[in-house]
Ligand binder design. Structure first.
Ligand code: ADP
Ligand code: MG
Ligand code: MG
Length: 890
């Protein structure tokens, strides 16, 4: 029984948490009889053991590795460190969830001064053998001994310029030996020791380094961006080498079984002849399109197409495949479910259903709701004039504009200052991940569409154009040449990741159209989901857009936004500042028709669907001028009064009186803690005229629409209720108003009244409150504030970031609903509320209503609907379907 080592022949794809994705799929391909070079995997449990023993390999593990190598020697009939027929291996990282290029891999391990000669003799190819050896020293030096990559590059460049070689291909065996000599000096200088010659020493050090690479900076950032748990750990795969660099009948490449950028159903990939795998994925040389393989190696091409079909059919999903051809023989080195853009994800999912390969539910579950955002992002207006500088490869779609920088750190800094940045690089390496994250888009002069940079950009939904040959960058002096033009650091350009165009300046963008495939997928999601989806909208345009995205009503219509329109502010202020009921009455009478118009428009846009209208919620001082500004103005006027006479003085005196009067009122309304102050139904209780006016506006608009033959469905929502009596009184007010509008119009009007549950007391006494309410809507923004006792703006500005990075909290609770605490209040309110009114309608209208984990929570709690901003409606439809697939309700 081995504990740590799992030969490829023993695992399956289901073991990915133990074997890592790469190891699990290598095992699966081995079992399927595909040509995979033999090897074994050290599982993620070995990674944990490595860290537990202070970052060294436990002896039992090392003993197992040695036996596994011996078994590999037998299987391949080669010998590790042997003077004839030497076994060489790669030592490859491989996490349970793929993190392309973020961790390390060492190739050609086992080479030393003896085995390199053996390899040369055996292949009759000195050049090849020394090329492998120098690659090995370089990778080992970089990954294991932390010697900066560029130091190796300098040595290589020196030899190249010395012998006048344009590229690596032009170097001879002797040249490579000179490079090797230089490398070895470098290693000795940097480590104080000779380059290790014992293959077992090399192996042990490489395995340790790969385990350690789980915690390198870029892997940590990648995990944070993609929400991958830090404690999964990586597996290590030790695999016998095959060589794509043995001459022109050898090569290496990467291919996707369908286009990962657009979803087009044909094999899409790239390869290089006479090269090792690293050359393609690291984007060092711009490779050839896979179609050319049909001419270069027709038989391999046919065989490869068959393999693609076989793997796609086996995994029932698009695969991303690494292959190498060694002297006319095909080997497979990796397969995984391909990372893809949202557009491709949707197109592929729908196509696989049409091809009968998966069912609709599987298709729905294949698309990540978080990705959909990308599809709703605007693209370049096809009718707008553009100034095209050049074209590169369309590596990841979407339009991005920004100021260019050639440095990832700078991209990060600029974006922190709120600038839109484009990261422009010769090639991007995984070390640039923080810059990629900060940038609006990425442009590179080298590297193909399967380079790590392109894969990572697609995974993040960032527009990317790569392999733009016309571009040359001079990092040192901070400029780039593109065609005959010069771009300076900081200049604004745009890229179009769908066509590969690079454009000067900003471009006009237009709203994206939802594709037919997207509509189809969402309609399947609608068949599956059990939660309703509404939108938060407070004007007719948003309501119409939301309906277009599939919203089934409005879950939150905020009325305060309507009060904030510029031309209304003076009327609203007059209402607040009124010193007598008559004055207030006049201001309210002026506001009534405006409000009525608002509700008319929204109810019309949502004809036949429920519209939950929340009565005025924020504290009144939000509508008045700022206290500090008034104090300053008063001081300025008082000073000027000392120097002015006559008419000017009179004017100042008048303004001073006005300002002082206003200041008095503002001071009177000023609150120490407005979030917990005089707002919500507390305003309605103390100024019932305001709520009455709003209710009247709602019912008059309803009556008008009914007269036009429409079917308006308003639901009146009372905010911030904590005590049953608050709701009882406000409900009475609204009902009385409805009855008087009914009496005036002679019509029967729908009058549905409910409340928001957004303070803990309301949740805890939900059985009492439900006696008065026909519906509850969980206002989870306020409920999170009041449950945690955090004021959101202060928390997000001051300590929440620290809390989440230090893992005091798993997530920002204002982004992802806190299921344990806030969620418990929702659960209590749901149970208590339904215990007195079993048809109580329950929804959620905080920002959590558009977040997939929170939506899942709502499914489990048995809520009726979620409500979110219009642009998130498609996401919510899909996320609700995912939730129903995982946790169906009976
Ligand atoms: P990454 O996850 O960064 O892609 P990999 O472990 O897949 O790292 O390896 C990097 C490159 O080296 C890939 O192109 C891969 O195909 C190639 N490679 C890995 N192992 C071998 C091997 N045994 N023989 C030939 N090429 C290999
Ligand atoms: Mg790989
Ligand atoms: Mg609230």
């Amino acid at each position: 029984m081995t504990q740590w080592v799992h030969p490829f022949a023993t695992g399956t794809a289901a073991d990915r948490y133990l074997l890592g994705g790469k190891g699990a799929n290598l095992a699966e391909m081995t079992k399927a009889g595909l040509p995979v070079p033999p090897g074994f995997t050290l599982g993620t449990t070995a990674c944990h053991a490595f860290y537990d023993s202070g970052e060294t390999l436990p002896e039992t593990m090392w003993t197992e590795v040695q036996s596994a190598v011996q078994a590999l020697e037998q299987e391949t009939e080669k010998s590790f460190g042997g003077a004839v027929n030497p076994l060489l291996v790669s030592v490859r990282s491989g996490a349970p969830i793929s993190m392309p290029g973020m961790m390390d891999t060492v190739l050609n391990l086992g080479l030393n001064d003896t085995t390199v000669r053996a390899l040369a003799a055996q292949t009759g190819n000195d050049r090849f053998a020394f090329d492998c050896y120098r690659r090995f020293i370089q990778m080992f030096g970089d990954v294991v001994q932390s010697i900066p990559h560029y130091q190796f590059e300098h040595i290589l460049d020196d030899v190249k310029s010395d012998v006048g070689a344009k590229d690596d291909q032009a170097l001879t065996a002797e040249d490579w030996q000179r490079v090797i000599a230089g490398y070895r000096k470098l290693v000795e200088r940097e480590t104080g020791k000779a380059f290790p010659q014992d293959p077992y020493d090399q192996l042990r050090l490489a395995i340790e380094a790969v385990f350690r690479s789980w915690n390198n900076q870029r892997a940590i950032i990648y995990r944070r961006v993609h929400k991958i748990a830090d404690d999964l750990g990586t597996a290590v795969n030790v695999q016998s080498m095959v060589f794509g660099n043995m001459g022109d009948n050898s090569g290496t490449g990467v291919a996707f079984t369908r286009n990962p950028s657009t979803g087009e159903p044909s094999v899409f990939g790239e390869y290089l002849t006479n090269a090792q795998g690293e050359d393609v994925v690291a984007g060092i040389r711009t490779p050839k399109p896979i179609a050319e393989l049909a001419h270069d190696m027709p038989e391999i091409y046919t065989q490869f197409l068959q393999v693609c079909e076989q793997l796609e059919a086996h995994y029932r999903d698009v695969q991303d495949i690494e292959f190498t051809v060694e002297e006319g023989k095909l080997f497979l080195l990796q397969t995984r479910n391909a990372k893809r853009t949202a557009a491709a994800a949707v197109k592929i999912a729908v196509a696989l259903v049409e091809e009968g390969k998966i069912d609709k539910a599987t298709a729905v579950s294949r698309v990540d709701p978080d990705q959909l955002d990308q599809l709703l992002h605007p693209g370049i207006d096809p009718n707008a004039p553009v100034d095209e500088l050049a074209r590169g490869l369309p590596a990841s779609p979407g339009a991005a504009s920004g100021r260019i920088t050639f440095d990832a750190d700078e991209a990060e800094q600029w974006s922190k200052q709120g600038e839109a940045v484009l990261l422009v690089r010769t090639e991007t390496t995984p070390e640039d991940i923080h810059g990629i994250l900060a940038a609006q888009g990425i442009l590179t002069s080298r590297g193909g569409m399967t380079s790590h940079a392109a894969v990572v950009a697609r995974g993040m939904g960032k527009p990317c154009v790569c392999g733009c040959d016309a571009l040359t960058i001079n990092t040192r002096d901070g400029y780039a040449r593109i065609g005959d033009r010069t771009l300076r650091k900081g200049d604004v350009i745009s890229i179009d990741g769908a066509t590969g165009r690079v454009l000067l300046g900003e471009v006009v963008r237009v709203q994206a159209e939802l594709s037919a495939d997207f509509q189809a997928l969402l309609s399947w999601a609608d068949e599956i989901r059990q939660l309703g989806v509404r939108a938060n909208a407070d004007n007719p345009e948003d309501a119409t857009r939301a309906r277009g995205f599939g919203a089934e009503g409005i879950g939150l219509c905020r009325t305060e936004h309507m009060f904030m329109a510029a031309e209304r502010v003076p009327v609203v202020q007059a209402m607040i500042l009124a010193s007598t009921p008559t004055e207030r009455g006049q201001a309210l009478a002026a506001l009534l028709p405006m409000q009525q118009d608002d509700f008319y428009g929204i109810l019309k846009a949502m004809d036949g669907l429920p519209v939950t209208i929340r009565l005025l919620d924020p504290p009144l001082h939000e509508f008045l001028p700022n206290l500090e500004q008034l104090v300053t103005r008063q001081a300025v006027l008082q000073t000027r009064l000392q120097y002015e006479n006559g008419a000017a003085r009179t004017l100042i005196e008048q303004e001073l009186a006005d300002v002082s009067n206003l200041l008095g009122k503002v001071r009177q309304l000023h609150e120490l803690n407005p979030m917990l102050g005089h707002r919500g139904c507390r305003l309605g209780i103390t100024f019932p005229e305001v709520y009455e006016m709003q209710a009247r506006a709602i019912f008059q608009a309803t009556a008008d629409l009914q007269k036009e033959g429409l079917n308006p469905q308003p639901e009146v929502m009372i905010p911030l209720v904590g005590v049953r009596e608050e709701l009882r009184r406000m409900k009475e007010l609204v009902e009385t108003t409805a009855r008087s509008v009914e009496a005036e119009t002679g019509q029967t009007l729908p009058c549905v009244i409910g409340t928001m549950i957004e303070v803990p007391r309301a949740a805890l006494t939900a059985d009492e409150i439900a006696e008065e309410a026909e519906f509850f809507s969980f206002g989870t923004n306020d409920l999170t504030q009041t449950t945690f006792g955090y004021s959101r703006d202060d928390a997000e500005g001051k300590f929440l970031h620290h809390y989440t990075t230090e893992k005091i909290l798993p997530e920002n609770p204002f982004a992802v609903l806190d299921a344990t605490g806030v969620g418990q209040l929702i659960q209590i309110a749901t149970q208590k509320g339904r215990s007195v009114r079993n048809d109580l309608k329950l929804g959620i209208c905080g920002e959590h209503g558009g977040e997939k984990q929170s939506i899942h929570f709502c499914q489990v709690q048995g809520l009726n609907y979620v409500s979110c901003s219009p642009f998130r409606v498609p996401l919510a439809r899909l996320a609700a379907a995912h939730a129903a697939l995982v946790d169906p309700r009976t």
